[in-house]
Design a protein around this ligand. Structure first.
Ligand SMILES: Cc1cc2nc3c(=O)[nH]c(=O)nc-3n(C[C@H](O)[C@H](O)[C@H](O)COP(=O)(O)OP(=O)(O)OC[C@H]3O[C@@H](n4cnc5c(N)ncnc54)[C@H](O)[C@@H]3O)c2cc1C
Length: 338
């Protein structure tokens, strides 16, 4: 289906009422290939949009938005210890996590309640509670938006990093991911070392996929604003990774600064803590603000514009740099002029 001059209010979790020149809902891989063949009919630039939970629009979009809506989950292969499952890009991510738990397949449970659709999770390499989606992705299938040809990317070819993949670099805007394949465990390996997760699971009872999912949901709901009630895109910034030398200097100056080992061998800092130390937590400017429970989340109380949200984020960034000498990097993608 093709819509012209279409409102994006329901398609971005900041709830911003910008419009796009053209919006195409894509129900199948064949649909997409046909649209690409007729490409000249649809205004440029093209942007792929899933649930819009990691995007900040700052103005109307002058081109075409491609919105995958192929929703299906299929078991592709079963062995004695794992199952390969494929998921259509338009499937809501948390619906897929629930399906995995219902089918007693392990691997996604720590990633419960992350908003958005399955097509985007490999782009961002979503992560939460000590797990990243790269740990379970087997491969992704994508269609080249210039040629209409299909290509499979193995886990290695996706070049996953911290909230990062090849789809944010060399292949940015080149491929629409139509389907992802996950290797899920029949014999479960639980990852409970993050924060209060183990404690919450214990409170719920037995250690199993269902209770881990519920524990993650409980913790997330107690800390993060529901985008259905207050516009937001989750963590606005990435947690910065600094050299061990810089970490040591910071520790000498700020003894309570939280630090974690990063797989790179360096130290990861908590961006939320840095922002909080600069006095931003709970601060409101007009209709935008820094969330009262989680300083890493910037919110739209209702009538903020994308530019106002962006300006606030820049002020936050500036104070963190002035106080700690650390340049925060945005996790949320900016679409539009500033
Ligand atoms: C309350 C809240 C909590 C959150 N918590 C977490 C968290 O714990 N961990 C975490 O990692 N993230 C978190 N996020 C961020 C967000 O949910 C994830 O990044 C999610 O995967 C984005 O999915 P989406 O469908 O909304 O993507 P969108 O925002 O629509 O798109 C994000 C990017 O992916 C591209 N894209 C989308 N679909 C496709 C496709 N099919 N093919 C190719 N490119 C595509 C878009 O062009 C864009 O560049 C949170 C967000 C919110 C609002």
């Amino acid at each position: 289906m093709i819509y012209r001059n279409f409102s994006l209010k329901q398609y971005n979790t900041f709830g911003l009422d910008y419009r796009t020149e053209c919006f195409i809902s894509i129900k199948s891989e064949d649909d997409l290939i046909n649209y690409i063949a007729e490409g000249q009919k649809f205004p440029l630039p093209w942007l792929i949009l899933g649930g819009g939970s990691n995007i900040l629009f700052t103005e109307d979009f002058p081109g075409t938005i491609l919105h995958p809506e192929n929703e299906d989950i299929n078991i592709e292969e079963r062995t004695s210890d794992h199952v390969i499952v494929s998921v259509g890009a338009g499937t809501n991510w948390d619906r897929f996590v629930e399906w995995c738990v219902d089918n007693d397949l392990g691997g996604t449970e720590n990633l419960s309640l992350i908003p958005g659709n399955s097509g985007a999770v490999a782009v961002q390499n979503i992560g939460a509670y000590g797990v990243e989606v790269k740990d379970i992705i087997h491969k992704v299938k994508a269609i080249n938006l210039h040629t209409g040809k299909e290509k499979s990317f193995s886990n290695e070819e996706c070049r996953f990093g911290y909230r990062d993949s090849i789809f944010k670099h060399e292949e940015k805007g080149n491929y629409l991911i139509t389907r992802s394949y996950y290797k899920l465990n029949i014999r479960h390996i639980y990852s409970l070392n993050y924060g209060s997760l183990e404690e919450e699971v214990k409170r719920l009872g037995a250690k199993n996929l269902r209770n881990i999912r519920q524990a993650v949901i409980n913790i997330r709901q107690s800390k993060l604003p529901d985008p259905g009630l207050i516009g937001n895109a989750g963590s606005f910034f990435k947690n910065p990774v600094v050299s061990n030398q810089m970490a040591e200097e910071l520790k000498n100056k700020y003894q309570h600064m939280p630090m974690f080992e990063d797989p790179s061998g360096n130290k990861k800092l908590a961006a939320g803590w840095l922002i909080e130390q600069c006095g931003w937590k709970g601060k409101r400017i007009g209709d935008t603000g820094v969330h009262e429970k989680q300083a890493l989340v910037i919110v739209n109380y209702g009538k903020a514009t994308g530019k106002q949200i962006y300006d606030l984020s820049e002020s936050v960034k500036k104070s963190v740099f002035e106080k700690f000498g650390i340049a925060l990097e945005r996790e949320v993608e900016l679409v539009g002029a500033i």
